[in-house]
Design a binder for this molecule. Structure first.
Ligand SMILES: [Ca+2]
Ligand SMILES: [Ca+2]
Ligand SMILES: [Ca+2]
Length: 283
């Protein structure tokens, strides 16, 4: 009886040990993505990091609880050591973004998400500010990979891409990467960049009528701390989705306002000042 009990205990421990070994061997999947946001993109090909310079970047990811975003799997609550935001140069952090993984069999719902960081040169890195993004609990296999941002329209790979424990490179700034849908991103000097201007993060960029993004900008400016006089020309400094060019200010009227880029983008894309754009990621 006693031996039998001992035998069973040993067997259970062996199974447990083997299971944990198996988990370690699997070791999740890694993604080494590159993406450009057209809002902060400068003519030198780097994105501006004004939000970091001004100390406006939050050390906890901003997507939990933000309308239009939902975390899946291990995603949500990511934090960063403030020292990561001290790095300057090409690898300085521009903002938080979200990576999503979807199986072809259930394309409308991610199996995993992760809030991670974007460097000025477009590298999407884990919360250490350097490494490829590691999805610890995701099994090797083929996934559609999408990248999304607070006030830009997200993009997704047209194909499901094999992901492994070693990082797979996915360059969303390349003209040759096929994206899901049509007109998913914008071509700026031969580099693909995400459409700007989704200030109310409803996966659309709209300039007028119901649900337009300029209303969000208008109210952000009008009710900003320090704007006691409700001045429409006020420069609201802060971490706002209405700050479409990501210079650290939400501006409705006047120089460097956050509407002119949206108009210019609309004209360049469609010839019309007020055409709408829709995020090309399946719901
Ligand atoms: Ca880099
Ligand atoms: Ca919108
Ligand atoms: Ca701005």
């Amino acid at each position: 009886m006693k031996i039998n009990y001992l035998h069973k205990t040993c067997l259970a421990l062996a199974v447990l040990f083997a299971t944990s070994l198996n988990l370690d061997a699997n070791n999740g999947v890694r993604v080494s993505a590159k993406v450009l946001l057209s809002g902060p993109l400068a003519p030198n090909g780097l994105m501006r990091d004004a939000l970091r310079e001004k100390g406006l970047l939050p050390t906890t990811e901003p997507y939990s609880g933000l309308q239009g975003f939902q975390h899946f799997g291990e995603g949500g609550g990511e934090t960063v050591n403030p020292a990561v935001f001290q790095v300057t140069g090409d690898n300085a952090i521009v903002d938080w973004v979200v990576l999503e993984l979807r199986k072809p069999s259930s394309i409308g719902t991610p199996v995993a998400t992760k809030a991670v960081l974007l460097q000025r040169d477009g590298d999407v890195v884990d919360t250490d500010g350097l490494s490829p993004v590691h999805f610890t609990f995701v099994k090797k296999g083929k996934y559609h990979v999408s990248v999304r941002h607070r006030n830009h329209l997200g993009v997704m790979t047209a194909a499901a891409i094999q992901l492994n424990a070693t990082a797979t490179q996915i360059n969303f700034s390349s003209e040759s990467l096929e994206l899901w849908g049509t007109n998913g991103s914008t071509n700026i000097g031969g580099k693909m960049a995400l459409w700007l201007g989704d200030s109310n993060h409803d996966k659309k960029v709209i300039q007028q009528g119901p649900g337009n993004d300029f209303l969000t900008l208008f109210t952000t400016v009008l009710y900003a701390t320090g704007n006691e006089a409700f001045n429409v020309n006020f420069m609201a400094e802060g971490y706002f989705t209405a700050d479409t060019n990501m210079d650290g200010y939400a501006v409705y009227l006047g120089p460097s306002n956050d509407r002119s880029n949206v108009f210019l983008q609309s004209i360049a894309a469609t010839g019309s000042m007020n055409a709408g754009l829709q995020e090309q990621i399946p719901d």
